[in-house]
Write a protein that binds this ligand. Sequence first.
Ligand code: ATP
Ligand code: MG
Length: 437
Amino acid sequence: MLQTKKEKISSVKGMNDILPPASAGWEWLEAKVRVLMARYAYRNIRTPIVENTGLFVRGLGEVTDIVEKEMYSFEDRLNGEMLTLRPENTAGVVRAVSEHALLYDGGKRLYYMGPMFRHERPQRGRYRQFHQIGAEALGFPGAEIDAELILLAHALWQELGLTNVRLELNTLGQPAERKMHREALVRYFEQAIDRLDDDARRRLHSNPLRILDSKNPNMQGVIEAAPQLRDYVDSESLAHFDLVTSILDANGVAWRFNPRLVRGLDYYNRTVFEFVTDELGAQGTICGGGRYDYLIEEIGGKSAPAVGWAMGVERVFELLNLKSQAYPLPVPDAYAVLPDASVIPSACVVLETLRRAGVQVQMHSPSTPGAGMGSMKSQLRRADASGAQHAIIFGMDEFERGACVVKSLRDGTGAQSERRLADAAAWAASLIFTSNS
Ligand code: ATP
Ligand code: MG
């Protein structure tokens, strides 16, 4: 029979597999995040990956990069609803909080981790499926919560050993203040129309603030000289900003005022911030956030203040990978050497006992391609290559006496000692490698 070779199916462009051993880094980071979130009393929330398209159109604003060109949207074939793969998670969190009336008994501190989807040109630090970790505090109007969230992100960089990250801050004021600034901006850009690119001209009347966010190098001059929002922000917003910065100062967290920081989404007011690095080229923002007191109302919920941030996990890893040994790679505590197939059933009982006691055990499998049962020597070579601290050798002679041999593989001594199979629960703890526990 003639076999035609089937065409290979590969992953979708800009969407990556996360494989071992790199996936161990992800687990390491996620574990650090969980510990840290708990220290600040932030609780986990998990919302669906698919939401109604309208949630993002209304939540993020129509004249934003995401809504204009980056959303993966499709029609539900059964009922014709327009749905979208979430491009970010703040809108989803806000929807869930409002839908379940989570704020009925006061503010909520929440965090999430998960994949987001944006149809962008894939490049270093920019993918079509990427991951965000985010924290949101809803129901709190005070500046101390803005500061708490910034301190939380700052603590995360410290936990991860990231040093070259700087904090940029701005205040966007309140809607009325932004409106006055917006009018001044439109007047200014109208007079400079021939120095604007097509994108900017298109946004001049729909969303002039977005022009300040432009990455076009030819427009940096005209942006530099534009009217500054700071001159329109009233004293209450300034006091809010002062409290944020004085908490940061008291904690020795360095920051830089960046009046051009407006963020890519419409929903922010008052405090906005980004953590940036110079080590990742153009994709240097690893975390961004701010206050969004009007978003809940915008999507039809009961008005409530809120503030939050989201970090790009891939970018954090790119930064971590510039350092060697950023995180430990997993190794088993013990590798089980089984020179004779007849011992396998009983040996497995011992290994299960060890695992219940917390020992990480990798068993030699005679069906490993290319390995087979192999000699004791070749199994020991595999034990060594696994990185395990110990080999547990189920040799025939010892096995018949109800024992096995534990051999130390990493301390240079090669020390061996005989252990009773029946007492495995008692000697299990001696196998646990401290950095695995
Ligand atoms: P950028 O200006 O780089 O496009 P953004 O303003 O669109 O970023 P946010 O919507 O604020 O980004 O998302 C928060 C973080 O998520 C970003 O700071 C970045 O670290 C990360 N991020 C955003 N888009 C991507 C992407 N396509 N691939 C990887 N990470 C991303
Ligand atoms: Mg973007």
